[in-house]
Design a binder for this molecule. Structure first.
Ligand code: B3K
Ligand code: ZN
Length: 873
């Protein structure tokens, strides 16, 4: 349809004081009776028509203040009442919907043996006609009725108030009341045959909350970690942010058919089961970490999203950026803070920088969209979180805490904007944040360049900083951003050089106190005084701003930082930069010899003994995607892959003895526990195994097979399989077959099996994937399965980008087929094309042709149409 624009925002003309829903569940004909208490909004247009949203709805009864209305007022996507009463009135609407036929997984649908709902962003209108926009808040009471045998469990939002049998039938009902006014996107019901793992939590305010994690029958044994993560999240939100839970129950439901990760419905979070179910035999350390993060994220939404929601969908980052920031802080507190930061920045660079550098670039607060579901992006989420982290850096932790408290006090119970949010920090800090606001409205990743000049005679170090941001679609000119650069000066022996600047070109007292340079103009010169010769600036510590930093640091400088910097993030980043330079040199002219890194890498392996998680992050080389972006144009993914593998192989041979020792020691580690320390040890050992195998495939295969056979946990087993998957031959196929046989009954594990095969960097992979599309375990109906096979293939740098275009065609065919069934999933697969303009001309032409072929198809969904047209635009 037509794009929606922020500048067109108007307050609603009607308000809903209360909603009473009566939902009578049936697999193909669910009847929904909705009673809305409406009144004109005094701030809206008097006498305006009442326009309720619908989507594929069929109305079977309509009444206004008790009098029947003509059903012709309702079309599938709209219910219009031209001249409603001037005062409060009651509208009753009955619709009949078919949850079994709902393949879009928006609105009410079936998953496994359950009924469930997904309403964000615009799914409620697929259940009943409504003012389906986030700034219409109402109090919901929901009666759910179902066949007792079919659906013994009946869950709704809020607190349970009543339940019982429907006399003379096999049906029963439950009534739920949610006292907290909420927008319709937070509505949910779940019913079916489900088992619960129960727990309890007493809030700091003394409220006893009944907790339950609902799973398919037989899976309660896999819900323990999620329940534990939930309790830790509830406690942490009280300790860190003073936020206590506000209902008597908190339910989490795991379903196996879900478009995204999870959903924060009030008091009734619905999850993709991938973010709930775990046991050591079935889930990896990364899966456990993902569960902890997503459980926390959805729980934290109770305050940032639910109690305070968004005025309109342009403000999506108000809840998502802030909630990501909160879940990142939580995980940092639960695990290693520096390692968490490194992992988060890896994700940001891989996904958000790619988005910002491609055709889908958009600002954190976009000003228009066609399909809002396309805007649940790394930019809204991860860059949004970085903006909040920068606010904290700029105003300092105390003003940040006051500003946030202010936000909770002032906007509780309302639908707010990004301006409302930032205003709280301006007030708390006394700082003008207007220039900073550009981070919300300008898209693109700023590039910050730093040039240094030492003057031995005057013992000064001059630092010349400059920033520029390339144009993005629809935004040709960029104004300078306010870039907080945390920094320090590192002496050649690793000691920290005290910072002194003079009158001219100096730093402000606040900057000095915060160890932060605020770069707010296109260029800035800073002169440091009393500087020892050879001092190296360590800039952007802890990745204090989402920018691409280009420095004139030599490899020797970087190796010094890598060894000595007090900032762990920059120690890691220095290593990444050295490695990236080395690999790119190889891509360009076959040069780049890792021998120069022998000493420092041997040292990294030694530090792995006491900080294995950090060492593992260093040993994971920059990804092929990152290298491609660094190269910037005319990229040949085969050349990037070959160069990266050559460097991995050289590192593997150079440190073979060290890696073998690491592997041997790790084998003696005790029983599996999914904690950060154990995860770090496994990550280190598996990084060593991967590099060893890159250097000596025969030895690597033998070691990997031994680990594959002997592992007592999924982390080590799947890591071994990943190593084997890179070594062509019978051993690999045998391992895949054994893995399938062992785990055929566990869908989440079979997803790993599909994904690993789709990731093999060999020309035969396209055929393998086409074959797997016909595998009995494959279905286009389950999003996780689609993401496992086709999503992983789309992320396979060499095979998706095959020089003959067969990879593009495979994904394009899948997008076209899926679009008719589930447009959100189809649109997400299209993300594979996000960096097509970086490619060399041959591949670029083929990718463009594939996109055009999709775009030319009949009956495209709004989701896919928007992405193809932006990608081609
Ligand atoms: N708010 C949901 C995402 C809904 C996506 C709708 N297409 C999950 C989350 O961010 O917590
Ligand atoms: Zn969220």
């Amino acid at each position: 349809g037509q794009p929606v624009r922020l500048s067109d925002y108007r307050v609603p003309d009607y308000l809903v004081d209360a909603v009473a829903l009566d939902i009578s569940l049936d697999r193909t004909a669910t009847r929904v009776r909705s009673t809305l208490r409406l009144r004109p909004n005094p701030e809206g247009v008097a006498g305006a028509p009442l326009d309720l949203d619908g989507d594929e709805l069929v109305a079977t009864a309509l009444r206004l203040d008790g009098a029947a209305l003509d059903l012709a007022l309702a079309t599938p996507d709209r219910l219009t009442i031209a001249a409603p009463p001037a005062g409060p009135f009651v509208l009753e609407v009955e619709t009949v919907i078919d949850p079994t036929a709902n393949t879009k997984l928006m609105g009410l649908y079936r998953s496994g043996s359950a009924y469930c709902t997904q309403c964000e962003a615009e799914g409620f209108r697929r259940i009943t006609y409504y003012l389906d926009r986030p700034d219409v808040l109402s109090v919901f009471t929901t009666r759910i009725e179902a066949e007792r045998d079919d659906a013994p469990v009946l869950l709704g939002n809020g607190n349970p108030v009543e339940a019982g049998a429907v006399e003379g039938t096999g049906r029963h009902y439950a009534v739920w009341h949610d006292p907290h006014p909420k927008p319709s996107y937070l509505f949910a019901v779940v019913s079916g045959r489900l088992d619960a793992l129960r727990g309890e939590f007493t809030t700091s305010e003394g409220r006893r909350v009944a907790l339950a994690i609902w799973v398919e029958p037989g899976k309660v044994g896999q819900a323990g970690y999620a329940l534990d993560a939930l309790k830790r999240s509830m406690r942490w939100d009280e300790d860190a942010f003073g936020r206590a839970y506000d209902l008597d129950v908190f339910n989490v439901v795991a379903v196996s058919d879900f478009n995204m990760g999870a959903m924060e419905n009030k008091g009734l979070n619905v999850f993709n089961d991938k973010y709930v179910l775990a046991s050591p035999e079935l889930a990896t350390d990364a899966d456990y970490a993902g569960i902890e993060t997503v459980i926390a994220h959805e729980y934290f939404h109770n305050w940032t999203g639910n109690r305070i929601t968004c005025r309109d969908w342009f403000q999506l980052s108000l809840k998502e950026g802030l909630t990501v920031f909160r879940d990142q802080e939580f995980s940092a507190d639960q695990r290693s803070r520096p390692v968490k930061r490194i992992a988060d920045v890896r994700v940001l660079r891989a996904r958000q920088f790619a988005e910002d550098g491609g055709p889908m670039a958009h600002s954190v607060r976009p000003d228009s969209y066609s399909e809002i579901n396309n805007f649940y992006t790394a930019t809204i989420y991860e860059k949004g979180a970085e903006i909040i982290r920068m606010v904290r850096t700029l105003v300092g932790p105390d003003a940040f805490a006051r500003g946030l408290q202010h936000y909770f006090d002032r906007f509780d119970g309302t639908a707010a904007t990004v301006e409302d949010f930032l205003g709280c920090f301006a007030e708390a800090s006394g700082r003008d944040l207007a220039p900073f606001f550009r981070w919300y409205v300008q898209a693109g990743t700023p590039r910050v360049t730093a040039r240094t000049h030492h003057d031995a005679a005057t013992r000064t170090l001059t630092l010349d900083l400059a920033q520029d941001t390339a144009p993005t679609p629809g935004q040709g000119e960029k104004l300078p951003f306010v870039v907080p650069l945390r920094f320090g000066l590192v002496l050649p022996d690793g000691a920290e050089q005290p910072v002194r600047t003079g009158e001219d070109d100096g730093l402000s007292d606040a900057e000095l106190a915060n160890d932060t340079i605020e770069l707010a103009t296109a260029t800035r010169r800073i002169r440091f005084e009393d500087v020892e010769p050879g001092t190296i600036p360590s800039l952007l510590r802890d990745f204090s701003a989402p920018v691409r930093l280009v420095t004139d640091a030599t490899d020797a400088d970087l190796l010094t930082l890598m060894t000595h910097d007090t900032d762990a993030f920059n120690r890691w980043d220095a290593a990444q930069t050295v490695l990236s330079r080395l690999i790119i040199a190889r891509v360009r002219d076959g040069g780049g010899d890792p021998e120069a890194l022998r000493t420092v890498f041997a040292a990294v392996v030694r530090t792995g003994r006491h900080d294995p998680a950090f060492a593992a992050q260093v040993l994971a080389l920059p990804s092929e995607g990152e290298l491609a972006r660094e190269i910037g144009r005319d990229v040949d993914p085969d050349a990037v892959h070959a160069a990266r593998e050559a460097v991995r192989g050289a590192v593997g041979r150079m440190l073979a003895a060290e890696f073998r020792a690491v592997i041997a020691e790790g084998a003696a580690a005790g029983p599996y526990a999914p904690d950060a320390a154990g995860a770090g040890r496994r990550a280190f050992r598996n990084a060593a195994l991967s590099l060893l195998a890159a250097g000596d495939p025969a030895l690597g295969a033998a070691q990997a097979r031994a680990q594959f056979d002997g592992a007592d946990n999924m982390t080590d087993r799947v890591a071994a399989l990943a190593v084997l998957s890179l070594i062509p031959g019978e051993a690999r196929e045998a391992a895949f077959a054994a893995f399938y046989e062992r785990h055929a009954a566990e869908p989440l594990v079979i997803d790993k099996w599909f994904a690993l095969q789709a990731s093999i960097p060999e020309r035969s992979t396209v055929d393998r994937v086409r074959r797997l599309l016909g595998h009995p375990a494959f279905t286009l109906g389950v999003p996780n399965r689609v993401y496992a096979l086709l999503g992983a293939f789309g992320a396979n740098p060499t095979e998706f980008n095959r020089p003959d275009g067969a990879g593009y065609d495979l994904v394009a065919d899948a997008v076209v087929t899926l679009d008719g069934r589930n447009p959100q999933v189809a649109a997400r697969l299209l993300g594979a094309f996000r960096s097509w303009r970086l490619l060399e001309p041959g591949r670029r032409a083929l990718a463009e042709a594939a996109l055009k072929r999709i775009a030319a198809g009949p009956d495209l969904s709004a989701d896919v149409r928007e992405i193809t047209s932006r990608s081609l635009g």
